[in-house]
Write a protein that binds this ligand. Structure first.
Ligand code: PCA
Length: 327
C-alpha cells in the first residue's frame, strides 16, 4: 500500500515535471488580426489558437490580438514578413497591388457562391502559395467573407446616382470599381470605417453584411444593395523562417488545427450571411438586390476588371481561371 502510494506520488511528480517542462518550452506567439473581436474571423482565430495549444500539447501558445490592436490591418503582412510577429491574419486581396495574383478572389462575378469560391480556391491555391512563399509567408488557412454588395446613404439605381460619391475601398480592385462608377475612392480599414462615415471621409463602400453589422453603419447609411460580386478571403499566415524552423510534428499539429478551423470558419460565414442582412434591416436599412440597370453596369465594369487582372497576372491568372472552369 505504502509502496503504491510512493509510486503514485512519484508518477504525479513526473507528470508535474513534464507539464512544467512543456510550459517552460512553450513558445508564445502573438497573432495580430485586423477585424473586430466579435467578428467571426476573429472568433475563429481564437478557436484556432485553442486547437493549436491542444494539438501541440501546449508547445505553441497563441494570443490573438483582434481589431488591429497590435498592428493595424495595413501593417500586419509586413509585421509577419519581417518577423515582428510570427503569425497573423489579413485580407488577402489587400496585397493585390503588390502581387496581383493575390486578387484571385476579387475577379468580379466569377465565383459568387461558397461552393464556387471553394472551387476557385482549389484552383488558385498552389499558385497563391508559391506567391506567398516569395513574400516570405506561409498560409495556414483561408476563410471567405460573405458576398460583397454596396452601401450608400441614398437609393441608387445606376451610376447616375454615384457620381462624385466618396467611396471607402479596401483594395485596388474596389478602388477601380469606384472610379468606373464616377466615385472618389479612399482606402480605409474596417476598424476605422465608422469614423470615416461619421466624419464624411466616406459616404459609401463595398463589403459584406458582416462589416456593415460590425460597424453599425445604419447610424450613417440607409441602403444596401446585394451584388455578390465575389467572396473575398482572409488568411492566416506564418513567417516562412519561423515555419521552416518548426519540427515536422509541430507543423502537422498546426496544419491540423488550421484545416479544422478553415472548415468551421467557412461554415460560420455561410450561416451568418443572411443573418447579417436581417440585422441591417432590423436597424432600419433597406436591403435589396441591386436593380437591373446598376447590375448591368457592374457586370460591364466586372468584365473590364477581369481583363485587367488577367493582363496583370499573365499565364498564372489564366491557368487559375481555366482550372476553375474545367472543374
Ligand atoms: N469585410 C471586410 C473585407 C470584406 C468584407 O466583407 C471589409 O470591408 O474590410
Amino acid at each position: 500500500m505504502k509502496a503504491l502510494k510512493k509510486m503514485t506520488t512519484l508518477a504525479m511528480g513526473i507528470a508535474a515535471l513534464a507539464v512544467s517542462a512543456q510550459t517552460a518550452s512553450a513558445e508564445k506567439w502573438d497573432m495580430p488580426m485586423a477585424y473586430a473581436a466579435t467578428n467571426f474571423h476573429s472568433e475563429m482565430g481564437v478557436v484556432f489558437a485553442d486547437k493549436v495549444r491542444e494539438y501541440t500539447n501546449g508547445g505553441i501558445d497563441i494570443t490573438v490580438h483582434p481589431g488591429g490592436s497590435l498592428f493595424k490591418g495595413g501593417e500586419i503582412k509586413r509585421a509577419i514578413q519581417t518577423g515582428q510577429a510570427p503569425i497573423g491574419e489579413r485580407f488577402m486581396s489587400a496585397h493585390a497591388n503588390e502581387a496581383p495574383l493575390l486578387g484571385w478572389d476579387n475577379v468580379p462575378f466569377l465565383a459568387t457562391t461558397y461552393e464556387e469560391n471553394d472551387k476557385l480556391w482549389a484552383a488558385a491555391k498552389d499558385k497563391v502559395n508559391a506567391q506567398l512563399s516569395d513574400l516570405n509567408l506561409v498560409a495556414l488557412y483561408t476563410c471567405p467573407w460573405p458576398g460583397q454588395g454596396f452601401y450608400f446613404n441614398k437609393a441608387v439605381a445606376s451610376s447616375k446616382d454615384t457620381q462624385g460619391v466618396k467611396f471607402r475601398s479596401y483594395n485596388s480592385a474596389t478602388a477601380t470599381f469606384a472610379e468606373e462608377l464616377g466615385m472618389v475612392p479612399v482606402q480605409v480599414e474596417a476598424a476605422e470605417l465608422s469614423q470615416a462615415l461619421a466624419t464624411g471621409v466616406a459616404e459609401a463602400f463595398i463589403s459584406s453584411g458582416s462589416t456593415g453589422y460590425d460597424r453599425k453603419v445604419w447610424e450613417h447609411l440607409t441602403h444596401y444593395y446585394k451584388v455578390n460580386a465575389w467572396l473575398p478571403r482572409n488568411y492566416v499566415m506564418v513567417n516562412k523562417g519561423v515555419w521552416e524552423g518548426l519540427s515536422g510534428d509541430t507543423k502537422a499539429a498546426l496544419q491540423k488545427a488550421a484545416d479544422e478551423t478553415a472548415a468551421a470558419c467557412a461554415a460560420k460565414s455561410a450561416d451568418l450571411a443572411n443573418w447579417y442582412f436581417e440585422q441591417l434591416s432590423a436597424n432600419g436599412m433597406s436591403v435589396e438586390d441591386a436593380g437591373p440597370e446598376f447590375l448591368a453596369e457592374l457586370q460591364a465594369i466586372g468584365a473590364k476588371m477581369t481583363a485587367s487582372w488577367l493582363a496583370d497576372t499573365g499565364a498564372d491568372g489564366q491557368a487559375i481561371i481555366d482550372a476553375y472552369k474545367a472543374n
